[in-house]
Design a protein around this ligand. Structure first.
Ligand SMILES: Nc1nc2c(c(=O)[nH]1)N[C@H]1C(S)=C(S)[C@@H](COP(=O)(O)OP(=O)(O)OC[C@H]3O[C@@H](n4cnc5c(=O)[nH]c(N)nc54)[C@H](O)[C@@H]3O)O[C@H]1N2
Ligand SMILES: Nc1nc2c(c(=O)[nH]1)N[C@H]1C(S)=C(S)[C@@H](COP(=O)(O)OP(=O)(O)OC[C@H]3O[C@@H](n4cnc5c(=O)[nH]c(N)nc54)[C@H](O)[C@@H]3O)O[C@H]1N2
Ligand SMILES: [Mo]
Length: 704
């Protein structure tokens, strides 16, 4: 047979702001090469270190290719291959018995964005679980806090075209490691820098992005709200604010003025560790540069007062009138530009008013009977790896090990979560199924065609839930639709942003920029028009009246406050709770993203693991010397939740008082048999039930 080679445009499926357009080479039915699409204005031909060897991932020797049934002890990872029919029979039998005994709320789904496709991603299982009436899984551990704060302050607006950052004159990168986590934004920032913009990076760690900035400001973790409030204080007391923009397009300025009157730079210096003069300089430069831009990362929300920190930062651009110009404002996630019909995708819950909602963050507690209502007797995990990514890792692992828990995991590999499963189901990767990608880092819709047949008996998540729905007797016409048919109704194709964009066009061209004004003219809030209840930037948030606000997207169509906790209507500083509170644990543990992993994905792949290095703790030399710890020494890293034996790496890049241990390593592949989330608590931040990874106190000791 003649060799047949095709090059097709596909989409990177990962949970990353860049959503790259990829050229996928297929030779004789096998993917042989993947590269960044040189014609895509955001991808610009490059891919990150994680995915350049995609074919190795697809054809990895240990890839799951058939359904598996456990034959060993839980956690041992020993399985036998079974047929799909046998797997579905087992699931049907166990689910039916559990529902008979306790009702459907004894079943808990657990998923996140392992796959970011509109069909196969965030909501893919929801119609099935809602159809059964199971407990609802609340998914706020990525950016639930930041997004909730954003909605409270600015409303659901795309706000900024990331490509317009070339026009910015001053760019503050606040708690974001752009060069590792949002690589394809960097050229736009670099272009602005070339044109004379100043780039400032506010981060306790001098990572590769901070090193390229013009000014790196190390901040004490969890104190960002103090910095932002002090910036407001300087801007207002020195009259640097844009009085006209404030008067016309904000709510609550009169209340804000006395609120920040005591937030002097000297006060903020004591909280943040940043010199008062530097705070003044930052505020003055930020207010003077027109236009100024703030790129926020997810770590801003990850402290006790993280939601308020995000509210304060989201309030700054209106004070200085940054929204007036292209390249001004705040770049969080432009997801709101994509008219995805999330309601249709997740479908209604039959018991929406009263159903039990369990936040993913509380998995360990939920598995140990910590919630009212029926015991969790079955857990279904897909698109996620809670054994690695969730806090209180020891509780999660012991919960997954429960003999009476029926655990079903849909995966590519036997992850540390799947090791505990009763049934493991094999899932396709991007090239094996069709999907369409929205983006949380640019304004393009990207189409992903199926270019090879699924490996073995792998099925897309869509098909998994079709099979489960049929076997469980769920009567929902949604499950009769093919993937292509689901795509036809997954978006509101009549929305103005999709004018001129059709599935046919996407299939032919691979991607399309949303139909919005051109980048160089995209300043949607030049004249206000914020989609908040008041139509203005809500410095004083009307949504605070509802209590702890959680953005609706993260639940299966259930909106509103559940716990009644109070949110201040004005952005307020809440100091870190754990850090500094206990003299036994004087150091702040940070666990941001790993450069060479995709959350926990690729942490089992040799090349990426080599590139990232094994789990280790980075310490400032001052802290190490004070404890008699040398570079490369074995140490104990601990707090009251766990103890990890690991290697110390000394570097001045980490601020004194901080320990850096990026997330993603699998416990089973780590010296400690635990990874960094064993040290993290499951306490929530103030808004949106965000996690508090950056408010974790630890101590280190040399290993005797
Ligand atoms: N290479 C790679 N890229 C990724 C991912 C990955 O795993 N690997 N994951 C993707 C996902 S899901 C996400 S959400 C994004 C996240 O990407 P980012 O938004 O960049 O988030 P993080 O890496 O969690 O944290 C960013 C920075 O915040 C700093 N930080 C921590 N606490 C604080 C604090 O209290 N204040 C301040 N000012 N800074 C703080 C950390 O030192 C870190 O440098 O990346 C995506 N891209
Ligand atoms: N300490 C600490 N913990 C963190 C964070 C942090 O910064 N620090 N970040 C948090 C953040 S921002 C996020 S987003 C979460 C990420 O949490 P997760 O979304 O759980 O992270 P991933 O490692 O990407 O896990 C996804 C799993 O889905 C699988 N998968 C991928 N595609 C498919 C598919 O098509 N079908 C099926 N069935 N499975 C698939 C992958 O193999 C992988 O094992 O972690 C959170 N946890
Ligand atoms: Mo995330």
């Amino acid at each position: 047979m003649a060799n047949q080679t095709t090059n097709t445009l596909g989409a990177c499926p990962h949970d990353c702001p860049d959503t790259c357009s990829m050229v996928v080479t297929v030779e004789d039915g096998r993917v042989t090469k993947v590269r960044g699409n040189p014609d895509h204005p955001f991808t610009r031909g490059g891919l990150c270190v994680k995915v350049t060897d995609f074919p190795n991932h697809i054809y990895a020797e240990n890839r799951l290719t058939s359904p598996q049934r456990r034959i060993g002890q839980k956690g041992e990872g020993r399985f036998e291959s079974i047929t799909w029919d046998e797997a579905l029979d087992d699931i049907h039998e166990r689910f039916t018995a559990i529902i008979d005994r306790h009702g459907p709320e004894a079943i808990l789904p657990y998923s996140y964005l392992g796959n970011m496709g509109i069909l196969n991603g965030l909501t893919v299982g929801d119609r099935f679980f809602n159809g059964l009436g199971t407990s609802v899984s609340e998914r706020t551990f990525c950016d639930g806090g930041g997004i909730s704060a954003y909605l409270m302050t600015l409303g659901p607006t795309a706000a900024v075209d990331p490509e317009s950052l070339i026009h910015s004159r001053y760019i503050i990168i606040w708690a974001c490691n752009v060069l590792s986590n949002n690589l394809h934004l960097w050229p736009f920032i670099e272009e602005a820098q070339r044109r004379g913009a100043k780039v400032v990076c506010i981060d306790p760690v001098a990572h590769r992005t901070a090193k390229k900035a013009d000014w790196h400001i190390p901040i004490r973790p969890g104190t960002d709200a103090a910095l932002a409030l002090a910036m407001m204080n300087v801007i207002i007391t020195e009259g640097l604010h844009d009085a006209d923009y404030v008067a016309n397009h904000t709510e609550g300025f009169d209340e804000l003025v006395p609120h920040v009157a005591d937030c002097s730079p000297e006060w903020a210096e004591r909280e943040t560790g940043i010199g008062a003069d530097d705070i003044r300089t930052l505020a003055r430069e930020y207010a003077a540069a027109k236009p100024s831009m703030i790129r926020v990362g997810v770590a801003l929300e990850r402290s006790t007062g993280g939601g308020n920190a995000a509210r304060a930062v989201f309030s700054l651009p209106a004070l200085v009138g940054a929204w007036r110009e292209v390249g001004g404002g705040v770049l969080q996630m432009p997801i709101w530009a994509f008219p995805v019909d999330w309601d249709r995708l997740h479908g209604p819950h039959p018991n929406a008013e009263r159903v039990r909602i369990i936040n993913q963050w509380d998995l360990g507690e939920a598995l140990h009977g910590g919630f009212d209502g029926p015991p969790i007797e079955a857990l279904v995990v897909y698109n996620s790896n809670p054994a690695v990514v969730a806090g209180a890792q020891r509780d999660v692992l012991s919960g997954l090990a429960r003999d009476d828990l029926f655990l079903v995991v849909s995966e590519h590999f036997v992850t540390d979560t799947a090791r505990y499963a009763d049934i493991v189901l094999p899932a396709t990767m991007a090239m094996e199924h069709e999907d369409l990608m929205f983006s949380w880092g640019h304004l393009y819709l990207t189409y992903n065609p199926k270019v090879i047949e699924p490996i073995g008996e792998c099925v897309p998540n869509t098909e998994l839930f079709r099979r489960l729905a049929k076997r469980m007797g769920i009567d929902d016409p949604w499950f009769d639709l093919s993937d292509s048919e689901q795509l036809e109704v997954a978006l509101d194709w009549s929305a103005p942003q999709l004018e001129g964009i059709t599935l046919d066009r996407l299939r032919a061209e691979g991607y399309a920029r949303l139909s919005l004004p051109p980048t160089d003219d995209y300043a949607p809030h030049r004249h206000g028009n914020f989609p908040t209840p008041s139509g203005k930037v809500e410095l004083l948030a009307s949504m605070a009246a509802g209590g702890n606000f959680v953005a609706p997207l993260f639940r299966q169509g259930i909106v509103g406050n559940q716990d009644g906790s109070r949110v201040e209507p004005l952005p307020t500083y809440y100091p870190p709770r754990e850090l500094g509170a206990n003299g036994d644990y004087p150091l702040a543990l940070l666990s941001p993203k790993s450069h060479a992993f995709m959350n926990s994905q690729y942490a089992n792949m040799d090349r990426q693991l080599d590139q990232q290095g094994h789990q280790s703790a980075r310490l400032n030399p001052d802290d190490a010397v004070a404890r008699g710890i040398g570079d490369g020494a074995s140490i104990r890293l601990f707090n009251e939740r766990a103890e990890l034996v690991t290697t110390a790496k000394l570097t001045p890049d980490v601020a004194p008082g901080v320990v850096l241990m990026p997330m993603g390593h699998w416990p089973s592949l780590s010296e400690a048999d635990l990874s960094v989330n064993a040290l993290n608590s499951t306490r929530y931040a103030d808004i949106g039930r965000a996690p508090t990874f950056s408010d974790t106190a630890v101590e280190v000791e040399p290993l005797a």
